[in-house]
Design a protein around this ligand. Structure first.
Ligand code: F6R
Length: 595
């Protein structure tokens, strides 16, 4: 994700504390490296390193940094490992320009080669540095700053925003293309940032920047221009009246709803990251040669393990043993050894049950890999290598975006292991967006009637089975209703006796499993129950199910991922209807560090 902040003031002053506070407030966007630069006359003071804001601020005394202009950046590594040289901001070849970005420049590798061939000094592997050189390239050819940014924009592919400044000047410049950017206007200063939380403590007068706009910031005014033709854009500032908490929720009523809507964007980011992460091949090579492979997690993360095991078998012909972390020790520990591989999956990277299993497995010499969201977590530090989920902070207790990014990661691994073209997976973010937009009304429409019941079942088959388990977990977690997730074909072996008139049973239907799902649907409807199907448009589902929540066309595996989205929304709407706070369900905690 990453976060940027830049400020221009009307006098030389100590900018360090402002930059540190802005960085703290952007921490939710990334926290593996932090940097700050101040510009004072002809000098740039640049300090940056790997670590969290407070660590880096203390180590490099960021608080003492002064100037009239300042930039800070929070990094969530995608291009280049977290390291001091890859941390942002970056300088140009001569050290006259300094800039930082958020987002992804997808042609970074090609651009770096061009810059080096043109004689520029490229110091890092990070795509933020490419933004600076892309501008330098045209400044050196004699372009003015706006023209240089316009041309750089044509060279830089991907979604990003960046802020940049030059020595012996009184301005900062910024551009938005796909990533968030907001301007703040205050007494004696202007500023720009990826998001409002870093601006609101300074001013509540803001201007929202649109894609394709270049901004010039002076201490007393800002100017917006179109990247297309350089023409001036007039936009009146607005006054923000919401509380900080409301702002952090990005306009959504709850963090859970925001995080549900974040899913397409974080999926995009994890796909970009995995494309270039060298650890992926390390993990796959070990899996290929292993005697047995275990995917290990708890709760929602276990459901992702289960989905991963289905994808690995279906797409790569590789059998996997998915196992709940606490069952790993009594059941499998006596059987594991150095020939085996374990992939430990956890949002927090701190779940005690998972760490216990990890420690026990390491004791038996098993190769242990991690998949975690929280950088610097115990799981990320103690496994041989680990893959980050790139979700930023997940604040809501019910996991949503971290689950879908776990599933996306498993899809990428299974595609790569099976020698399939991962290009097909690039449609996932758009399909998720389409699903969230298109199912919301149908889900809202069924909520009042489903909400009358305190007993529910959520069924799936094959690739949708883990999604049914996950949907059921979300429903019970935040509605406090009993909801059981199970294999659709198992329902007739006992639970069918629960069905009475109107009793709701949810079916997640994969496109290749329709005949079996339709049998299950009819077993429910012929007893007066209500079968709510979630699947692609299909005449058989239309004819047999009581309701059909339609998913976009996709492969069976991608479709299974999409099926969880309406279930997340249903649990959210039901929780609200019941008057509960879905972000903080009773009795639960986001990180379970106890046995
Ligand atoms: C449910 C949920 C939990 C966690 C579980 C494991 O929404 O979030 O079931 O998945 O406690 O936590 P992590 O993934 O942090 O190991």
């Amino acid at each position: 994700m990453c976060g940027i902040f830049g400020i221009v003031t009307d006098k030389e002053q100590t900018l360090g504390p402002i930059l540190i506070e802005a960085a703290r407030r952007l921490t939710y966007r990334g926290y593996d490296s932090v940097g700050a630069a101040t510009i004072s006359g002809g000098k740039i003071d640049l300090r940056k390193d790997v670590g969290r804001v407070d660590e880096v601020a203390k180590k490099y005394n960021l608080a003492e940094m002064s100037g009239r202009r300042g930039i800070t950046q929070l990094r969530w590594a995608t291009f280049g490992e977290p390291s001091q040289v890859n941390a942002q901001p970056h300088l140009d070849s001569d050290g006259d320009l300094v800039g930082a970005h958020n987002g992804n420049v997808v042609n970074n590798v090609e651009l770096r080669q061009q810059f080096m061939a043109e004689g520029m000094t490229v110091r890092s592997h990070n795509d933020g540095e490419s933004c600076v050189h892309a501008v330098e390239r045209y400044i050196d050819k004699g372009c003015d700053f706006i023209e240089a940014i316009r041309r750089a924009h044509a060279d830089l592919q991907g979604d990003y925003a960046f802020v940049i400044g030059r020595v012996n000047d009184d301005k900062l410049f910024a551009i938005k293309k796909g990533s968030g950017l907001v301007i703040g206007i205050g007494q004696g200063f202007t500023c720009v940032s990826s998001d409002l939380p870093s601006i609101l403590p300074l001013t509540r007068t803001i201007v929202r920047v649109q894609d394709g706009e270049i901004i010039t910031l002076w201490a007393d005014r800002v100017e917006l221009r179109s990247v297309k033709d350089g023409s001036l854009i007039v936009r009146e500032p607005e006054l923000i009246t919401e509380t900080m908490e409301a702002v952090q929720k990005g306009g959504y009523a709850h963090f859970m709803l925001k995080e549900i809507h974040d899913q397409p964007q974080v999926a995009r980011e994890v796909l970009h990251m995995l494309e270039r992460n060298l650890q992926v091949q390390v993990v796959l090579d070990k899996i290929k040669r292993a005697r047995h492979v275990y995917f290990i997690g708890c709760g929602t993360s276990y459901h992702a393990c289960l989905a991963g095991s289905v994808y690995f078998a279906q797409l790569a012909g590789q059998a996997i043993i998915p196992v709940l972390a606490t069952q790993f020790i009594p059941q499998y520990l006596p059987a594991v050894g150095p020939q085996d591989v374990g992939l430990f999956v956890s949002q927090s990277g701190e779940t005690k049950d998972v760490l216990n299993a990890l420690q026990a497995a390491e004791g038996r010499g098993m190769t242990c890999f991690g998949l975690a969201n929280v950088i610097g977590s115990t799981l990320s530090k103690t496994t041989e290598c680990w893959l980050p989920l790139c979700c930023g902070y997940e604040i809501s207790v019910p996991a949503t975006k971290t689950f879908t990014n776990q599933v996306v990661t498993f899809l990428v691994l299974a595609y790569r292991l099976g020698g399939r073209d991962t290009k097909e997976l690039e449609q996932i973010p758009a399909l998720m967006e389409q699903t969230i937009d298109s199912v919301a009304a149908a889900v809202l429409a069924i909520t009042p009637s489903v909400n009358q019941w305190n007993d529910l079942y959520c069924l799936g088959y094959g690739a949708t089975y883990p999604m049914a388990l996950e949907g059921a977990l979300k429903l019970k977690e935040i509605t406090y209703a009993h909801c059981e997730g199970m294999l659709s074909t198992e329902f007739k072996h006992g639970p069918l006796s629960a069905v009475t008139r109107g009793f709701p049973v949810l079916f997640a239907a994969g496109p290749e499993d329709i005949p079996l799902i339709v049998s299950g649907i009819n077993e429910v409807t012929c007893r007066g129950g209500r079968a709510i199907a979630i699947g692609q448009e299909d005449a058989r589902l239309r004819a047999n199910a009581s309701d059909l929540i339609v998913l976009p066309e996709a492969t069976p595996q991608i479709s299974s991922l999409l099926a969880v989205l309406p279930l997340q929304l249903l649990s959210y709407y039901m929780s609200i209807s019941r008057g509960y706070d879905p972000d903080f369900p009773r009795n639960l905690s986001k990180t379970l560090t106890v046995d």
